[in-house]
Write a protein that binds this ligand. Structure first.
Ligand code: ADP
Ligand code: ADP
Length: 229
């Protein structure tokens, strides 16, 4: 995994009526390589904003974000992202969806096919490579989105409420199934959720964001010790 340093980051949105909205206020956070960090907080506290800045999808207003010491200015090679909705292309098969990042990067598809097949197997979708998204359930599609993020072997996996759109049972099942997988991948993970249960179950470190303006509440950070294989 890679290291992430968020240094004194502020994000201000300019609203259409001309006013400013302070979404993140001087956020500081250092994430060690291989750490699994969860950020929890109520809706609107700035979680998605923080993730989009780390992903290089939007610029910081002030401060700096570094991935392995390199300032983030645009989407980074080493980063994979999973959003709340799966964002699969419905006209492409499962395998062709998983191969998108590989194609975009201009890598050779055949070099990544075995990896993609292994990932599908790990998420319980062996044999689904040739299916189309419309043939899968919401939970299955989200698993495919996770495979797509992981096929490029990202040093950093960013997840924004990846289970948010799923019903409670599917959600629980998926978290249980995927936990072992996260632990074996070895990449750094930044995971955003409004569920404290999910955060505590999956992460090594849980950070709480307080809203208006979004700040990480350091007094409420907890480190969770868990056995690692
Ligand atoms: P969370 O992910 O914790 O729900 P967000 O990062 O989505 O929080 O939002 C933080 C604040 O910034 C909210 O007040 C939201 O309305 C505002 N916001 C988010 N994205 C934008 C945007 N693109 N333009 C303007 N305001 C935004
Ligand atoms: P979440 O709570 O899951 O972050 P939101 O409903 O807050 O979801 O935001 C959904 C999308 O809308 C995000 O991409 C966010 O950046 C954008 N957004 C949120 N608030 C605003 C806003 N006030 N103006 C423009 N875009 C916004």
């Amino acid at each position: 995994g890679v290291s992430v340093a968020i240094e004194n980051v502020t994000k201000i949105y300019e609203l259409r009526d001309g006013s400013d909205l302070l979404a993140l206020d001087r956020v500081d956070l250092a994430i060690a390589p291989g750490a699994f960090v969860a950020i929890v907080g109520p809706s609107g506290c700035g979680k998605s904003t923080l993730l989009s800045l780390v992903a290089g999808l939007a610029p910081v207003s002030t401060g700096k974000i570094l991935i392995d010491g390199e300032e983030v200015k645009r989407p980074h090679e080493k980063v994979g992202v999973v959003f709340q909705t799966d964002l699969l292309l419905y006209w492409r098969t499962v395998m062709d969806n998983i191969m998108l990042p590989v194609e975009i990067k201009g890598w050779r598809r055949q070099d990544y096919l075995p990896k993609a097949e292994r990932l599908l197997e790990q998420v319980g979708l062996a044999g689904f490579a040739g299916k189309y998204p419309s043939e899968l359930s919401g939970g299955m599609r989200q698993r495919v989105a996770i495979c797509r993020a992981l096929v490029q072997e990202p040093g950093l996996l960013l997840m924004d409420e990846p289970f948010g759109a799923l019903d409670a049972l599917t959600r629980e099942q998926m978290i249980a199934d995927l936990q072992a997988m996260w632990l074996s991948v070895g990449n750094t993970v930044l995971f955003i959720t409004h569920s404290i249960e999910e955060a505590v179950f999956l992460a090594d470190r849980v950070l709480v964001m307080s809203p208006r303006p979004g700040r990480i509440d350091l007094d409420r950070t907890i480190d969770i010790e868990r056995p690692r294989s």
